[in-house]
Write a protein that binds this ligand. Structure first.
Ligand code: ZN
Length: 181
């Protein structure tokens, strides 16, 4: 049986000047979290959760290595797991996750199930795929987060990429992966 499903989504580069004044600092903090994660021996990814006024409620780095190989310990899935144990779905609908890179399909799924209202990301998944290649530690699933949400039954606002900050994030990945592994 052959199944075909047509999904449409739109990607539009966002400028820092399009965001609220406090949001650039939150995205830069997400890059710092990714750096801290790398310093602890984990993969260089990080994200944070903030309320509508830009107050940071939770921060989370990748924990796959210190998590003893926990394959679901991507920063965003970990953050959604923790946040959903503290905040209601109504509260999460008003919050934003600031993320260093476009979320993978697993993490986008966690955002969807947690009823997150909005996410802002810096780096394109296609760029991440270029840097990590087929490295078995992180072979990106090139399935856009907007395509995942388009298959759902409720909206989630997805903002990004933000190319002005992409090089700052990708600098953490320089020499880290083995793309042809
Ligand atoms: Zn993920």
């Amino acid at each position: 049986m052959k199944v075909t499903k047509v999904i449409e989504w739109e990607v539009k580069e966002t400028k820092l000047s399009d965001l609220k004044p406090f949001e650039a600092a939150l995205l830069r903090r997400a890059i710092e979290i990714a750096k801290e994660s790398k310093e602890k021996g984990n993969h260089p990814f990080g994200c944070l959760l903030a309320d509508e006024q830009g107050r940071i409620l939770m921060e989370q780095g990748n924990e796959e290595v210190t998590g003893n190989g926990n394959c679901t310990a991507h920063a965003e899935t970990e953050l959604m797991r923790r946040a959903s144990q503290v905040y209601s779905k109504d509260e999460l609908a008003k919050m934003t996750m600031y993320n260093v890179a476009e979320a993978c399909s697993m993490c986008t799924g966690a955002m969807y199930w947690g009823n997150l209202g909005r996410t802002v990301y810096i780096c394109r998944e296609s760029e991440l795929k270029r840097v990590t290649g087929a490295d078995p530690r992180n072979p990106p699933l090139d399935l856009p987060s907007r395509a995942v949400i388009a298959c759902g039954q409720k909206p989630m606002e997805i903002v990004g990429p933000i190319l002005e900050l992409e090089a700052d994030f990708l600098a953490l990945h320089e020499g880290y992966w083995k793309p042809s592994a």
